[in-house]
Design a protein around this ligand. Structure first.
Ligand code: SF4
Length: 471
């Protein structure tokens, strides 16, 4: 993509035409971020003009997924200082795209006045132009080859009964006296100073503040979370923890003896956070500092919600956490709730779903079906939103499968290059069905197309009947 753009730019410049804005869109935020970064480097290297960049994630889809993907691509680049115009492309009515774009760009209005200084780097310990995951030790089920873990924040929620865990995907079934979990079941719960008063299901473990954890009679299947000071005291007292423990760390903590202790600690998992408004860059700097000091412990990124706005939380969390994940940084997410009252359990459900959505958009942990759907235009000869909703209703249990839903056969197949299956409009009431990039059924009547798509998946052995949904 970058080489192709450069080829055209060279021709344009040879003809003295420089009135150009460049767009490098892809439906995969990771590909799109790497492409824009590489392009801006190449422009400099080849001494071409520093053309303005138009940022966008194509075919991002709808709802929370579309917003998450858009923010991960556009927001990451804006954090890097790249981008001059943006387009958010949702499978929704066009007027819903503008507030999303505005929320993304408005974040930078006063950024330089509020952000704290971040120490510059001499050597970049990652390759910003291609993905590779940070290599870490495996501690418990964090790091190594494990998928990033999701930790649900219940530190402000009173937990009294098993039903309190339903918002984070864990369901107690009294009839069988068993627990069940849906695809968005959190891996850990952070209960702070309010330990859970009943036995948790096997799939869920508990992290508790160290001072409270120390008072527990039964510490089995629980893990302490220590501040830097608490950690240093345990070491000075000689009471070094000989089992998995979590340590909170900000960039200002990464000085002095603690760095040596962390190098030698095989049981620690770091939980990093920042108060800097330029959050992603400071957290990334913290990762670089760990690399510089040869600390290969797994790292959980903690991100705190700052407002009750669902859109703002989705977009900013996806930017800050997703911007790290696209560079292979992070072995878990803990999205902390705002302090505001009375919506905590609903909010826990939203934040849990958001954490899984961010991991999915970064392609680091697939927990649901991925839809790559275009925003529709004059070429679309069917109701794309309605069709997307119908396809989603029948297929949203197919974890990890990518389905492209495109309005036309002119641009659709190219735009869904990444999809496993495609549902593409090719005329009035006529649909083409794709397996990857290959058309396998042409001119299927629209009223039969979804059934035929499912039949195709059945032939390929990827179709599963949906199970009862736990919500
Ligand atoms: S209908 Fe075709 S050209 Fe229009 S937005 Fe969808 S894929 Fe792009």
């Amino acid at each position: 993509m970058v080489e192709s753009a450069l080829e055209f730019l060279r021709i344009c410049e040879d003809e003295n035409f420089t009135n150009i804005v460049i767009s490098m869109k892809s439906s995969n935020p990771q590909v799109m971020v790497e492409a824009y970064r590489l392009l801006s480097k190449k422009l400099q290297e080849e001494k071409l003009n520093p053309y303005p960049l138009h940022l966008g994630v194509t075919e991002a889809g709808e709802g929370e997924d579309g917003r998450t993907k858009s923010a991960m691509g556009i927001g990451t680049l804006l954090e890097d200082g790249l981008g001059d115009t943006v387009r958010v492309s949702l499978t929704e009515d066009p007027e819903f795209e503008i507030p999303v774009a505005r929320t993304l760009v408005d974040r930078y209005n006063n950024r330089s006045e509020t952000a704290s200084f971040i120490e510059p780097i001499d050597v970049l310990p990652i390759d910003p132009y291609s993905y590779s995951r940070r290599i870490t030790a495996e501690v418990e089920n964090f790091g190594g080859k494990n998928v990033p873990r999701v930790i649900a924040d219940y530190s402000q929620i009173d937990i009294s009964e098993p039903a309190d865990l339903q918002p984070i995907g864990h369901f107690y079934l009294p009839a069988t006296d068993k627990w069940a979990m849906n695809d968005l079941g959190a891996d850990y719960i952070y209960s702070g100073a309010r330990p859970v008063p009943f036995m948790l299901p096997n799939g869920l473990k508990e992290i508790i503040d160290y001072t409270t954890w120390n008072t527990l009679k039964d510490q089995s299947r629980t893990y302490p979370l220590l501040t830097k000071e608490e950690y240093l005291i345990t070491i000075l007292n000689g009471s070094v923890l000989q089992a998995t423990h979590f340590i909170k760390l900000q960039i200002s903590d990464c000085e002095g003896d603690i760095l040596n202790y962390l190098q030698e600690d095989p049981y620690a998992i770091l939980v990093i956070e920042t108060k800097n408004t330029h959050a992603m860059a400071e957290l990334r700097r913290l990762f670089f500092k760990l690399a510089q000091h040869r600390i290969h412990l797994p790292v959980v990124t903690q991100w705190t919600q700052h407002s009750d706005s669902v859109d703002q939380t989705t977009l900013y969390a996806a930017t800050d956490c997703g911007g790290l994940l696209v560079d292979g940084l992070g072995d878990g997410l803990l999205i902390k709730q705002t302090d505001s009252a009375d919506h905590h359990k609903n909010n826990a459900k939203f934040l849990n779903s958001l954490a899984f959505g961010i991991l999915q958009a970064a392609r680091t942990r697939m927990s649901k079906t991925e839809y790559i759907s275009c925003p529709s235009c004059g070429r679309t000869l069917f109701d794309l939103q309605d069709t997307t909703a119908r396809i989603r209703q029948r297929t949203d249990h197919l974890k990890g499968i990518k389905i492209g839903i495109m309005g036309c056969i002119v641009n659709g197949p190219g735009e869904m290059a990444d999809a496993d299956y495609g549902y593409v409009g090719m005329g009035v009431n006529k649909i083409a069905l794709y397996r990857g990039q290959e058309v396998v059924k042409r001119s299927v009547p629209a009223d039969r197309a979804l059934d035929e798509l499912i039949e195709l998946m059945r032939e390929d052995g990827v179709w599963k009947e949906p199970e009862a949904v736990l919500e």
